[in-house]
Design a binder for this molecule. Structure first.
Ligand code: XMP
Length: 515
């Protein structure tokens, strides 16, 4: 099945991934390309619609990102957002200049053209998120103004005959109350997309594509038990069964019983047809980490040891044809589209690629999906909910939740404390509202009293944050009685702990993890 495609052209705005996500929420498939992408390539993809994103520049300045006028003459509907809207006007003969009043934040937008397709079903006065210092002072010939604000004469404009639409605000951010409706009006109403991009079709198509690509070859996957690698394993297993070998390295820094859970799902008694190799490397890691206290040194050892073990296992298996990876779309976008968004962080999957594994090609079955879509695919494949909705867990695991030296004894303490904490958060019904929560072990011991005995034990720190993107975060407000119960259980049930702290620090200045 050839899927309907909407293309998002990236001009460097901070919300560009959100634009693509919102379009996909309308069940329309969508991909992001740099503004440097050649128009012939865009044409060849035959998109049903094109969306131009925001960006930090002024379109009338000489070196600012731009696009050929031809883009607006392809007969494909185009929606420009913020910078994209200004660029559309600038290229087509309207006027864009520095605004006398900059608009930033939630702003009331008044719809002037009630029968505009973009505003179908949208309130006449609607709150939108504005963030601009330039404004459209004059629309291009053929355009009519469809909405304004108190300070901005052109909040939206359109040339319906040419299929061109401009919006000054950001419909993709949730602060724009009816933004998703407006984007859906564009992709479904204007572009005529059917909105039939669904997970079951994705799963079916991907399974077919994997079979075609792999043939009778062999595939190797490093399975961590995290959402992405688990869903990749599920997909590959359905596609090629025992041609897939998954290597699961238990580094002894997993949460309580986690290694067994992963084995339960993907191992010989699980529901997937594949070769499962569990490497019990706990002791090897504890030996390597003995005496090491510096956080970066710990991270490095944990990462390198993983690669080494994976390579050793791969060597035993012999040459494989494909190395599979759980790369997802945000990884692809964040490694840079070659456009303005640039490299936010180096590709975490490719960064960790083993050098000494003999394979011909890489296979990344999730590279087109956002995280929420990966989860949907996981459910579709029958992967248990507790795995699919698992909270983020860092690659170095408990190694960065034990401040200072890692020892087997400390791992046991933090595992037990963390299991109690998670259990009580779930019992209180708070688990859906907190994005990440865990116990960590401080490197501090202090004096206490238990019964009639003096104790000299460790302090556990509880962390819980609410966050949208994990780049900034707030400490979650957990009811005192829940914290109190967690404290009391940890002190009573976990040997070696005599104090419990709750971490109130936001990010920044703190990070979510402790090291
Ligand atoms: P920080 O501590 O930087 O964490 O505020 C932000 C998010 O990233 C996760 N995290 C990691 N994930 N490998 C990972 O796969 C890592 O080395 C790593 N370090 C932090 C962290 O759990 C949080 O969700």
């Amino acid at each position: 099945m050839k899927k309907e495609l909407v293309i998002v052209i990236d001009f460097g705005g901070q919300y560009n991934q959100l634009v693509a996500r919102r379009v996909r929420e309308c069940n329309v498939y969508c991909e992001i390309y740099s503004y440097k992408t050649d128009i012939e390539k865009i044409k060849a993809m035959n998109p049903k619609g094109i969306i131009l994103t925001g960006g930090p520049n002024s379109c009338y300045e000489a070196d600012s990102p731009t696009y050929k006028k031809e883009l607006f003459e392809l007969g494909i509907p185009v929606l420009g957002l913020c910078y994209g809207a200004q660029l559309m006007m600038h290229v087509l003969g309207g006027k864009v200049e520095s605004a006398p009043v900059r608009e930033y934040g939630k702003t009331e937008v008044l719809v002037d053209k009630k029968d505009s397709k973009i505003f179908e079903g949208v309130s006449e006065k609607t709150i939108c998120w504005m963030s601009h210092f330039d404004y459209i002072s004059q629309v291009a010939p053929g355009f009519e103004i469809t909405a304004h604000t108190a300070d901005c004469p052109v909040a939206a404009a359109e040339n319906t005959e040419a299929g061109l639409y401009a919006i000054q605000y950001h419909p993709e951010v949730l602060h724009t109350a009816e933004g998703t409706k407006m984007l859906s009006n564009f992709v479904l109403g204007v572009c005529g997309c059917a909105g039939d991009w669904k997970m079951d079709a994705f799963v079916e198509n991907t399974i077919r594509e994997i079979r075609e690509k792999v043939g009778d070859g062999r595939v190797l996957l490093a399975l961590s038990g995290g959402v992405d690698s688990s869903v990749a394993a599920g997909l590959l297993s359905r596609a090629i069964g025992k041609q897939l070998t998954c290597v699961f390295v238990d580094h002894g820094l997993l949460r309580k019983d986690e290694g067994d859970e992963v084995e339960g799902v993907f191992g010989p008694n699980g529901q997937f047809d594949l070769n499962f190799i569990r490497v019990n490397a706990q002791q090897r890691y504890y030996d390597k980490l003995a005496g090491v206290t510096e956080p970066e040194a710990k991270r490095k050892i944990i990462g390198e040891e993983f690669i080494r073990i994976f390579e050793e296992e791969a060597k035993k298996i012999g040459a494989v044809d494909f190395l599979a990876q759980g790369t997802i779309y945000p990884d692809v976008v964040e490694s840079g589209l070659g456009g303005e968004s640039g490299v936010i962080k180096s590709h975490h999957n490719v960064g960790g690629l083993p050098e000494h594994v003999d394979f011909k090609d890489i296979i990344e079955p999730l590279r087109d999906l956002f995280k929420d879509e990966v989860r949907k695919a996981g459910l579709e494949l029958g992967i248990p909910e507790r795995l699919v909705f698992r909270q983020p867990f860092p690659g170095p695991g408990l190694g960065i939740r034990i401040i200072g030296e890692v020892t087997e004894e400390k791992v046991k303490i933090v595992q037990d404390a963390d299991a109690i904490y998670r259990e009580e958060i779930a019992n209180a019904g708070l688990d859906k509202n907190i994005n990440q929560y865990f116990a960590a072990l401080t490197n501090m011991r202090s004096v206490g009293v238990m019964g009639d005995e003096r104790t000299y034990d460790y302090a556990v720190a509880l962390r819980a944050v609410t966050t949208v993107d994990f780049m900034t975060a707030e400490a979650a407000e957990i009811p005192y009685d829940v914290l109190n119960k967690v404290m009391s259980r940890i002190i009573n049930e976990v040997k070696g702990v005599n104090r419990v702290f709750y971490d109130l620090t936001s990010k920044p200045p703190g990070t979510i993890e402790f090291e």
